[in-house]
Design a protein around this ligand. Structure first.
Ligand SMILES: NC(=O)c1ccc[n+]([C@@H]2O[C@H](COP(=O)([O-])OP(=O)(O)OC[C@H]3O[C@@H](n4cnc5c(N)ncnc54)[C@H](O)[C@@H]3O)[C@@H](O)[C@H]2O)c1
Length: 350
């Protein structure tokens, strides 16, 4: 049984639901929020302890795993404190907002021997399981091109939360806060990114950070992919279209579960459509979203083969954001990885 303290009762409520769905593996001992009313709002008869003090959870010897669902500026300091206290860590996105901090976390994790799991729960969904199955059976081939749309709608009510829309509090705009999941899915499916070109702007709300972006990725494989981001769409739509050698995969438009069915998988050679449809029908079922994320995490903690999100993958997402902001500000095409001599290695805050 893995004893968990959830820090932050916003998105933390969804973590709680997923952890409750895995009662053989996880026990939520404590929920911490400086606003006690937010804890009450998600208690729903559950017997966890409530606290307004992060330190209390960090010092509790019963807690194995600290689940950080706090605003972004607290992610790095609380991750480092939790590792120093000998806890495993789940950290909501973004893991960090500089490669220097990512390297501090990596060093602290090595020193403590504990795991850090960055949150990318959108990898789990039945359609993505189907796609992974098609890739594993060789029916897809290599990725040649992909288009990602993060076309969401955010207004004044969203930015009423004081940390949002500011460089200090949110540490970035739609590139960091909204499209980060789609960009993670791109690398999950199409491999590492070698270089990016990007433009960003603020057009939708009176905020400091960007709410619109256009990005081009050169993948290590040579594939060319692109990402279109706005927070001024009519509705919240996410769409991914990935063109492989032998099929084109097109997602639905569900924004908060892009891996959910239905996707379409269209054969380039119509005579192979039957094989593709048969493989899709045989794809293994898996838990979706946060439940899938925590299921794989538990396997990692017991040393079993797993598909948990790794610290290295969280680091890659921070490196990519660094590259996108540098590309947008400089106009240059920026290559990865981001090394300590990079001008934004210490962070991208203006
Ligand atoms: N994975 C996803 O799909 C997803 C979705 C939404 C948010 N997030 C991320 O989760 C994080 C939290 O976002 P949110 O929307 O839940 O924000 P939120 O503001 O709704 O919730 C954060 C909570 O943290 C509490 N808090 C802040 N400082 C604290 C402190 N020092 N001690 C104790 N409690 C404190 C606040 O009272 C608040 O209830 C952000 O990093 C965000 O990017 C991820």
């Amino acid at each position: 049984m893995i004893n968990v303290a959830i820090l932050g009762a916003g998105i933390g409520a969804q973590h709680l639901t997923a952890l409750r769905a895995l009662p053989e593996t996880f026990h939520v001992s404590t929920v911490v929020d400086q606003d006690a009313a937010r804890i009450d709002a998600i208690r729903d008869g559950h017997g966890f302890a409530a606290s307004t003090d992060i330190g209390q959870a960090l010092n509790d010897p019963k807690i194995d795993l600290i689940d950080i669902c706090l605003p972004p500026h607290l992610h790095v300091p609380v991750t480092l404190q939790a590792l120093a206290a000998g806890k495993h860590v789940v950290c909501e996105k973004p893991l960090a907002t500089s490669m220097a901090d990512v390297d501090r976390i990596r060093d602290a994790a090595l020193a403590s021997g504990k795991h850090v799991f960055p949150v990318f729960q959108y990898r789990w969904g039945f359609a993505l399981a189907q796609l992974r199955h098609l890739m594993a059976t060789g029916l897809a081939g290599a990725v040649n091109s992909a288009v990602l749309e993060t076309h969401w709608s955010r207004g004044a009510d969203y930015y009423a939360v004081p940390w949002r829309g500011t460089w200090e509090g949110e540490r970035g705009g739609a590139v960091l806060g909204h499209a980060i999941h789609n960009h993670d899915l791109l690398t999950h499916i199409a491999g590492d990114i070698k270089a990016v070109s990007a433009m960003t702007t603020t057009r939708i709300n009176p905020i400091e950070t960007e709410d619109t972006a256009a990005i081009i990725f050169e993948m290590t494989s040579g594939a060319l992919c692109s990402s279109s981001i706005t927070l001024g769409a009519a509705d919240n739509d996410t769409r991914l279209r990935i063109v492989f050698d032998h099929l084109t995969a097109t997602s639905g438009s569900e924004p908060y579960a892009p891996g959910a069915v239905p996707w379409t998988f269209a054969a380039r050679d119509p005579s192979r459509q039957h094989d593709i449809d048969a493989a899709v029908a045989n794809a293994p079922a898996e838990p979706a979203g946060f439940e899938g994320f925590f299921t794989e995490l538990a396997k990692a903690l017991t040393g079993a083969p797993n598909a948990a999100v790794t610290l290295q993958e969280g680091a890659a997402s921070v490196a990519l954001v660094t590259a996108i902001y540098h590309a947008a500000r400089s106009g240059a095409r920026v290559t990865l990885p981001i090394t300590p001599d990079h001008p934004l290695y210490e962070g991208w805050l203006p």
